[in-house]
Design a protein around this ligand. Structure first.
Ligand code: KE4
Length: 431
């Protein structure tokens, strides 16, 4: 596969950007090699600057649930742009998107739009601290909630991929207020809150973890987390940036029957344009300025062009669309498991709906510690063999792959054919 132009552009990018990228996970650090520079996306496919075509399972890390450039989204965004991209003033489109959100997630009594998932989680934590008057926060080892200071403690995603202990630059005074517990381990959280519960403002969790690779919550676990929050007077924050509007119309909260105090969104809610949101109980949200004293703001929050992309994207996600994502996800997971077995490779395929990860491990993967025991060397060999055969998976063992409604049966056939070749390549690598 010719990658001359990507390699040339990457050398140039290295003189402009730290690590040659504008977000660490894109740098292929977890798998080695040169990141592909992308020329365009269409439906379920990407084409790189050297003209190579790939079935895309990154989908901009989740937002493109209807694939690249769905005509309905393109039309609405172009329409909105004709009237103006951003006013810095209220506009009807923010009301339209908020009403679509609330139709799907009625536990969101009030909300605030922002421009990224990181803004949403950072604001939700400040709001929980302001509402409770407490300073401590609990998160789970391996969960990633964006690049905000309070959250870069034992985080997943790029932090895990790069093996960064916790990010330098986060003052010890901030980090010490972030307590961590293992995911899927209720007794551990019980012990932590028994010791610190009176100073904990909130517990934040990825309901289905995507940022250690996919980790599936054990039955009753998340309800148990919520019950412990209630017992200790802490707010329960569900971070649906990755799962929101993807695992169901009402996200993981609908799928798993959760009713959190606060929820955060990103990715799909903007359909590929920059949108984040946080919302939940009205009595909590009403502490946000200018209704209350907890400050949060953003120049482009609720801009009509991004709202138009979100409105159109959510409008495409019908019950039939979710049924299609479930069918495609199940078929892909089954095909990958069978192909790995044929290659004599022990793998765990963790999947919920259209989110999945192939862990190169012979044991169940249910938390950060078991995920870290997977073979990143075998994953890297598998990733590159897939890429060489026109299939673009996330370049890290500790990320989720995503499907869209644009992924066809032909895409899955091509993917499984490439996967068979890739598993054979991985089998030649020491675990
Ligand atoms: P953004 O600030 O990247 O929009 O959202 C942060 C965030 C918050 N919460 C969850 C559960 C998330 O998954 C994310 C972002 N996810 C990563 C992918 N694992 C974004 C990709 C990147 O960092 O480039």
């Amino acid at each position: 596969m010719k990658t001359d132009l990507s390699e040339k552009l990457f050398q140039k990018a290295l003189t402009l950007f730290p690590g040659g990228v504008n977000s660490p996970v894109r740098a292929f650090k977890g798998v080695g090699g040169t990141p592909r520079f992308i020329a365009r996306g269409r439906g379920s496919h990407l084409v790189d600057v050297d003209g190579n075509d790939y079935v895309d399972y990154v989908l901009s890390w989740g937002p493109l649930i209807a694939g690249h450039c769905p005509p309905e989204v393109m039309r609405e965004v172009q329409e909105a742009l004709r009237e103006g991209s951003s006013f810095g003033a209220p506009s009807p489109k923010e009301i339209q998107l908020a009403e679509r959100v609330r139709e799907r997630a009625p536990w969101i009594e009030k909300m605030r739009f922002c421009s990224s998932g990181t803004e949403a989680t950072t604001a939700a934590i400040r709001l929980a601290r302001g509402f409770t008057g407490r300073d401590d926060l609990v998160k789970f080892d391996g969960c990633y909630h964006g690049a905000g200071d309070p959250l870069l403690v034992k985080a997943g995603s790029g932090v895990e991929t790069l093996g960064l202990p916790d990010s330098p630059g986060v003052p010890a005074d901030v980090a010490r207020h972030t307590l961590t517990a293992p995911y899927n381990d209720l007794p551990a959280l019980e012990r932590l809150l028994a010791a610190h519960g009176s100073t904990v403002a909130a517990v934040i969790v990825e309901p289905v973890v995507g940022n250690m690779g996919v980790l599936v919550p054990r039955p009753g676990y998340l309800q148990g987390v919520h019950d412990l929050c209630r017992r200790h007077g802490a707010l329960f924050i569900v971070d649906e940036v990755m799962t929101g509007f993807r695992l169901a119309a009402g996200g993981a909260c609908e799928l798993l029957g959760l009713r959190p105090d606060l929820v955060t969104f990103g990715k799909v809610i903007g359909g590929g344009l920059p949108v984040g949101a946080f919302g939940g109980r009205a009595d909590v949200l009403d502490r946000i300025a200018p209704a209350g004293p907890v400050y949060q703001a953003g120049t482009l929050s609720g801009n009509p062009m991004a709202m138009a992309a979100g409105i159109a994207t959510l409008g495409l996600m019908t019950p039939a669309a979710y049924a299609l994502l479930e069918a495609r996800g199940a078929a892909l997971a089954a095909g990958l498991s069978a192909a790995a077995a044929d290659a004599g490779l022990p793998v765990q395929v963790n999947r919920v709906g259209s989110m999945l990860t192939v862990f190169f491990s012979g044991e169940p993967v249910f938390d950060a510690a078991s995920a870290r025991r997977a073979s990143t060397r075998r994953f890297a060999a598998w990733f590159h063999a897939l890429l060489e055969n026109g299939v673009y998976f996330p370049p890290s063992q500790f990320e989720s792959a995503f499907l869209s409604t644009a992924h066809s049966e032909a895409d899955l056939d091509r993917t499984l054919g490439a996967a068979r070749i890739a598993f054979a390549a991985a089998a030649k690598v020491e675990a």
